[in-house]
Design a protein around this ligand. Sequence first.
Ligand SMILES: C[S@@+](CC[C@H](N)C(=O)[O-])C[C@H]1O[C@@H](n2cnc3c(N)ncnc32)[C@H](O)[C@@H]1O
Length: 197
Amino acid sequence: MEAEGWNDRYRDTELVWGRGANQFVVTHLSDLEPGLAIDLAAGEGRNAVWLAERGWTVTAVDFSTVGVDKARQMAEVRGVDLDLVLGDARTWEPENPVDLVVIAYLQIPDPDRTQVLRRASGWLAPGGTLFIVAHDQTNVSAGYGGPPDPAVCYDLAETVAALDRLTVTVAQVVERLVDTPGGQRMALDTVVAATAA
Ligand SMILES: C[S@@+](CC[C@H](N)C(=O)[O-])C[C@H]1O[C@@H](n2cnc3c(N)ncnc32)[C@H](O)[C@@H]1O
């Protein structure tokens, strides 16, 4: 989906993704020492704001103007600063190396997806972490929600292969419980963390 589609979706709902950080972001990043972070495809800002509350200096990038505005509002309400950037993940580049790059549910097809992951690997300072969480390809047939198009979903082996400049420390397909009107359902996510030498 391109930026206008995301603008429409964000206009239609108060907060599509909620206020709380993604559960895997919390599990895997809580113990990191704060520094400079990029949240690529930050959406309404739930993960960026959570990082900023923990002391990170966060650049939040998204190509949806409505998403960026909502992230600005969330940051104001929660009393934190974000460096908000309207940018396309397929072309945007940071000026300086960072200690953490978060890419959460950036569901775009290859070759763009692999190119983004490769480029993001190069943004890390020594010891920095790249953290990816996304709808897994297996979710299309066996999980709840997420995009129905497997081409925009992640494959664990391909994701790991794209990070060949880094040391992969976490590579899992994980279950995520989703509350629905019909009860709890299971979604399947790719979770990968990797560090720069
Ligand atoms: C499923 S939402 C996830 C938002 C956020 N990362 C989160 O976990 O709450 C996907 C986001 O990716 C953004 N996005 C999709 N393609 C993009 C691109 N090429 N460049 C920048 N942002 C993009 C959309 O605007 C949307 O905000």
